[in-house]
Design a protein around this ligand. Structure first.
Ligand SMILES: *[C@@H]1O[C@H](CO)[C@@H](O)[C@H](O)[C@H]1NC(C)=O
Ligand SMILES: *[C@@H]1O[C@H](CO)[C@@H](O)[C@H](O)[C@H]1NC(C)=O
Ligand SMILES: *[C@@H]1O[C@H](CO)[C@@H](O)[C@H](O)[C@H]1NC(C)=O
Ligand SMILES: *[C@@H]1O[C@H](CO)[C@@H](O)[C@H](O)[C@H]1NC(C)=O
Ligand SMILES: *[C@@H]1O[C@H](CO)[C@@H](O)[C@H](O)[C@H]1NC(C)=O
Ligand SMILES: *[C@@H]1O[C@H](CO)[C@@H](O)[C@H](O)[C@H]1NC(C)=O
Ligand SMILES: *[C@@H]1O[C@H](CO)[C@@H](O)[C@H](O)[C@H]1NC(C)=O
Ligand SMILES: *[C@@H]1O[C@H](CO)[C@@H](O)[C@H](O)[C@H]1NC(C)=O
Ligand SMILES: [Cu+2]
Length: 662
């Protein structure tokens, strides 16, 4: 025992000494810490003449705004008081060395189950602007969403005239149905989802909908002043146009990166995308309408087509002054979409990777699987009596029942394969030659196939829409990174004729790949972890239009994924002999479910073996934090110590200590 203690003390001293020598200022630690408490709870809400329960954060719909400044540390404790499983994703936050806080369920964590708490923690490292947070479990994000607003550092101005006021405008879709059940019912039917019951602006359908003449969002504006509108699309299954009657919109930021000012009459946002636009109240005093309408590029898909209206109301406008209708493009105006995309350029010249290590080519599209004879017709309501699916490189992603990040980190085999193909298995005329009915074989393969990238790989990725079943604009979102959109076009990608912008392409996290076209993106894979890439139309995600990248660790602490936090919802643990039985004979039996959770005698059996793993790290924690307290803005050098519960309490103490409440 004495021996053990001596060697432990020695080891402790060594660890502490080496930690002190690390390059602390480089660690994404954050300047101030912002602490938020999110309680997922159901709330009664009355919309469209119907009262029902929706899931919200802190009883707010849309949810609370997360405010921070560039380089701040953000700590958000999420307690799930809803009857559903849930996670929260911080859309567009690059999560440098904090993949454990990214949020997609079954990708970076198990769901936070009812009654559980998980604290997300990340740094807005070199990031500022407008972002979105949303639930990332089933279709809960239909009501569980809100804005993240990150201001520049103190004293750093916007690169445009300071606006008189700022307003957040979140576009959404509202259903009169339970969204978790809706996803299940849609998947079980094999067919497509019903359209939303309403479009909403900041949660309000507006006067064109039944029972909604007073359920309208309004901005009061002072004549002559300029306003910054932070536009966010949080819709579930639609891309949307937005416009204000008689007013121009000047885009100054897209996906939380500054752009060259681009003035337009209307914009299109896919779900997950954000745009900051300046609007000057330079028109005659009146009440003008802000409109949100559908952009639907696919054929034969039913969609909501009633415009959601909000008011842009001048001070002094009489109550009965008429609202001019917002001039929205028609639902299939692809040119209007292209015009805005053409206008997006980074404000300054940017550091685009010029040399490429890995060229990936990924087709994206819809599929129809054949109805199996043993299936009932009720489950084959897709096109031509088939089952709808979607794929990347003809592979429909099957969501695992464990966290992929956990499986990767813990080297648990049997949940995924590392054979996602970097190019399609078959090259053909993707757009025009693709089969679009069932005798021509519109089916896909399926699997949980992952693409592995070495740390630091410079990636070019071509996203190619296919005409299988129907061409469509797909908003593709990559977690953990922003990417340069170096090119896009219609038809099949052709490297000989593709015109790439390597000077000032926009730096985005979600790209609406043009309908029947392609987009080329570039990024450097320098953030280790497991990162999801998927279509942000929720139904396509449910159908399998996704893939995950493993980005390996590089060299040293600043290129290595830290340990998972102690409170991470994890796959259930097993009694020792059960673990042996399961993993030796048939891998792939662990899961996020409670099914195998340890019983009390199992717990007792594990107790001794866990003491060593728990108590010693706790002591180390206390010492490290004690040292950290002596410094300002100190960050735990090991980030988290696995298995210990002390770190979460200390994190909370630190957070509360330095909270700035908005
Ligand atoms: C509005 O209410 C009327 C009368 O109840 C109904 O016929 C109509 O379908 C409703 N419209 C919408 C868009 O819900
Ligand atoms: C809107 O949708 C309804 C029902 O889907 C349809 O009957 C109507 O023609 C559509 N209107 C327009 C303008 O597209
Ligand atoms: C298969 O696809 C081709 C090209 O789209 C089309 O011309 C042909 O009619 C299709 N065949 C069947 C049997 O549907
Ligand atoms: C996709 O995979 C399915 C299933 O193996 C196959 O039948 C189909 O031909 C493939 N399609 C393409 C375009 O590779
Ligand atoms: C995988 O695809 C086949 C059709 O190719 C389908 O029958 C099967 O159910 C799919 N598996 C899963 C888990 O979805
Ligand atoms: C989890 O998924 C694996 C692999 O698909 C499967 O073998 C296992 O039975 C599943 N476990 C549970 C509890 O669903
Ligand atoms: C929540 O997720 C766990 C793990 O995946 C699962 O076992 C459980 O049934 C889910 N609960 C609900 C209410 O969906
Ligand atoms: C509980 O776990 C112990 C030890 O793993 C095992 O022997 C026992 O059968 C389990 N009891 C139940 C009721 O599952
Ligand atoms: Cu899609």
């Amino acid at each position: 025992m004495a021996n053990l203690f001596t060697s432990f003390t020695l080891w402790l001293i060594i660890v502490l000494c080496t930690q002190t020598m690390h390059a602390m200022p480089l660690w994404p630690g954050g300047r101030s810490t912002r602490f938020y408490d999110f309680k997922l709870q159901t709330m009664k809400i009355t919309k469209l003449c119907n009262t029902r329960d929706i899931v919200t954060v802190n009883g707010m719909y849309p949810g609370p705004v997360v405010y921070a400044q560039e380089d701040d540390r953000v700590i958000i404790r999420v307690t799930n008081q809803s009857p559903y499983n849930a996670t929260i994703h911080w859309h567009g936050v690059r999560q440098r060395l904090s993949c454990w806080s990214d949020g997609p369920s079954y990708i970076t964590q198990c769901p936070i189950q009812t009654g559980q708490t998980y604290t997300y923690e990340f740094t807005m490292l070199q990031q500022k602007g407008t972002f979105l947070w949303h639930a990332h479990f089933s279709w809960l994000r239909g009501t569980v969403y809100g804005a993240i607003v990150v201001y520049p550092k103190t004293g750093v101005p916007y690169p445009f005239k300071f606006p008189y006021e700022e307003h957040i405008i979140i576009l959404g879709e509202y259903w009169l149905r339970d969204l978790v059940q809706l996803e299940q019912a849609t998947l079980a039917s094999g067919g497509g989802p019903p359209p939303a019951d309403a479009f909403t602006i900041n949660g309000h359908p507006g006067p064109k909908y039944n029972c909604s003449s007073n359920d309208v969002y309004t901005i009061s504006v002072v004549p002559g002043k300029t306003y910054l509108l932070r536009l966010i699309n949080a819709a579930l299954n639609m891309e949307n146009f937005f416009a204000i009657a008689n007013h121009k919109l000047t885009i100054v930021e897209a996906d939380a990166e500054y752009t060259k000012p681009f003035t337009t009459d209307r914009v299109m946002l896919g779900p997950g995308q954000t745009l900051n636009v300046l609007v000057t109240a330079d028109q005659p005093i009146a009440q003008y309408s802000m409109g949100m309408g559908p952009y639907m590029s696919a054929r034969n898909v039913p969609f909501q087509n009633i415009t959601s209206i909000a008011y842009f109301q001048y001070l002094g406008a009489t109550a009965n002054s008429l609202a001019l209708p917002a001039p929205l493009p028609s639902f299939n105006d692809n040119l209007a979409v292209k015009t805005v995309m053409d206008g997006l350029k980074s404000l300054n010249s940017v550091n685009v990777p010029k040399e490429i290590d890995t060229n990936l080519f990924i087709t994206i599209g819809i599929n129809v699987q054949k109805c199996k004879s043993k299936m009932s017709p009720q489950s084959c309501q897709g096109i031509n009596g088939g089952v709808m699916a979607a794929s990347m490189n003809n592979i429909s992603f099957i969501k695992p029942n464990i966290s992929l990040l956990e499986a990767y980190y813990k080297k648990i085999n049997g949940y995924y394969t590392e054979d996602f193909p970097g190019v399609p298995l078959k090259f053909y005329d993707f757009v025009n030659g693709a089969p679009n009915n069932i005798p021509n074989d519109t089916s896909s393969l399926n699997g949980t196939r992952i693409k592995v990238l070495e740390y630091g790989t410079r990636v070019q990725l071509i996203l190619q829409d296919t005409g299988t079943v129907t061409t469509e604009n797909h908003p593709i979102h990559l977690h953990g990174y922003s990417f340069y959109v170096v090119g896009f076009g219609t038809g099949n990608y052709n490297p000989q004729t593709a015109n790439l912008n390597l000077v000032d392409p926009p730096y985005m996290n979600t790209i609406g790949v043009p309908v029947g076209g392609w987009a080329a993106i570039r990024f450097v894979a320098d953030n280790p972890g497991v990162w999801f890439m998927h279509c942000h139309l929720e139904i396509h995600l449910s159908w399998g239009l996704s893939v995950a990248f493993i980005v390996k660790n590089g060299v040293g602490e600043l290129e290595t994924l830290p340990h998972p936090p102690a409170d991470l919802p994890r796959p259930s643990t097993f009694p020792a002999e059960k673990r042996k039985e399961l993993f030796n004979s048939s891998p792939g039996k662990a899961s996020c479910s409670n099914e195998y959770s340890t019983n009390s005698s199992g717990k007792a059996a594990n107790f001794l073996s866990e003491v060593i793993g728990l108590v010693l790290p706790m002591l180390l924690e206390i010492l490290i934090w004690a040292r950290c307290f002596a410094w300002e803005a100190c960050i735990h050098p090991l980030h988290h110590l696995e298995g210990s519960s002390i770190d979460i309490e200390v994190r909370e103490a630190i957070a509360t200590f330095s909270t700035i409440t908005f």
